[in-house]
Design a protein around this ligand. Structure first.
Ligand SMILES: [Zn+2]
Length: 315
């Protein structure tokens, strides 16, 4: 039984007043807290930290050296995602679990950075095993290549995208975010002329990257290299006998000096190709993000490592 004195209170009005007060208070208190950013890729962890500074708390779901193609979030990861203000994904299909992760979240909570990078590389997937190289592809049945972080221009675009998102979500910190972004951007941009000079030292016929999976097309486009990967866009793909034979023939035709395994993969096929053709195994490349070793655990280190491994291996 409700006491008479209680019934005289205007309960809906009281509740409304409390809600209004809470609504007025909450955004202010939350706006002063660091933005909670969950990152689904190692390069996005660095970009969010460098650009966001003390305006963000970055929670990485992937450690350097982990293969993002086969990563699956654990229940604890899903909890971190639900508590985040912003989730940064590599996009372009890299996170195969993303639809499942998005299901319980507002649409604007997840930003697929790669999807907003201009001019993504298209890969012909319908005929991969018989694909030629060195000729133009203008198929319309291509698939977007998700490996945008291996080259400088798409990295700069990603820095701009993350900067816009962080500044919009923490307007009071926007000037500081933009200042940090400008300094960071300049550091990454300086890698491109250095890389161009390194690649220019490789004889033209040798500017061909034989790699394990198909991860270096953005780098190839930026520096005028050809690519001949054994596998498709994912490390989970398999190669074909035809692809192997074509690759061996191509290495012999060009007298190619090196083929390139990946830092995080077991490349017995590539090692066998090297033995068969006399090409040397080059230093393993970072294909899918930051490496787990000192020197490759930053974006600058990763780009320098890849470019030097390629330039030294092929000239
Ligand atoms: Zn990959």
């Amino acid at each position: 039984m409700i006491p008479c004195s209680f019934s005289r209170l205007n309960v809906p009005r009281l509740a409304g007043a409390i809600l209004l007060a809470a609504a007025a208070f909450m955004p202010l208190s939350r706006a002063a807290e660091p933005l909670r950013v969950v990152t689904l890729h190692t390069v996005l962890t660095e970009i969010a930290r460098e650009v966001g500074g003390d305006a963000v708390t970055v929670v990485p779901l992937l450690r350097p050296g982990v293969d993002p193609h086969v990563f699956e979030p654990a229940p604890a990861d899903m909890r971190r995602v639900r508590e985040a203000d912003l989730v940064l994904a590599a996009g372009l299909g890299m996170e195969t679990y993303l639809a499942r992760l998005r299901r319980d979240l507002p649409a604007d909570r997840v930003v697929e950075v790669g999807n907003r990078i201009p001019d993504p590389v298209q890969v012909c997937t319908a005929d991969h095993g018989h694909e030629g190289h060195g000729h133009a592809h203008d198929h319309d049945h291509g698939e977007d290549d998700p490996h945008w972080w291996v080259a400088v221009d798409p990295l700069l675009a990603a820095i701009d995208i993350v900067t816009t998102e962080l500044a919009a979500r923490r307007p009071a910190a926007a000037p500081a975010i933009q200042t940090r972004a400008a300094a960071y951007r300049a550091r990454i941009a300086a890698l491109k002329p250095w890389a161009q000079a390194e690649i220019a030292r490789i004889p033209e016929a040798q500017r061909l990257l034989v790699t394990s999976h198909d991860a270096f097309r953005y780098l190839a486009r930026e520096y005028g290299l050809e690519v001949q990967p054994l596998l498709g866009l994912s490390t989970a793909d398999e190669t074909s006998a035809r692809r192997l034979a074509d690759t061996i023939e191509l290495i012999r035709q060009r007298g190619l000096r090196s083929v390139f395994a990946e830092a995080s993969a077991n490349d017995r096929t590539l090692a066998a190709i090297a033995r068969e053709t006399g090409a040397k195994p080059g230093r393993p490349l970072c294909a899918d993000g930051l490496g787990g070793q000192p020197g490759t655990d930053t974006i600058e280190g990763m780009i320098r490592h890849n470019i030097l491994a390629i330039a030294e291996g092929l000239r």
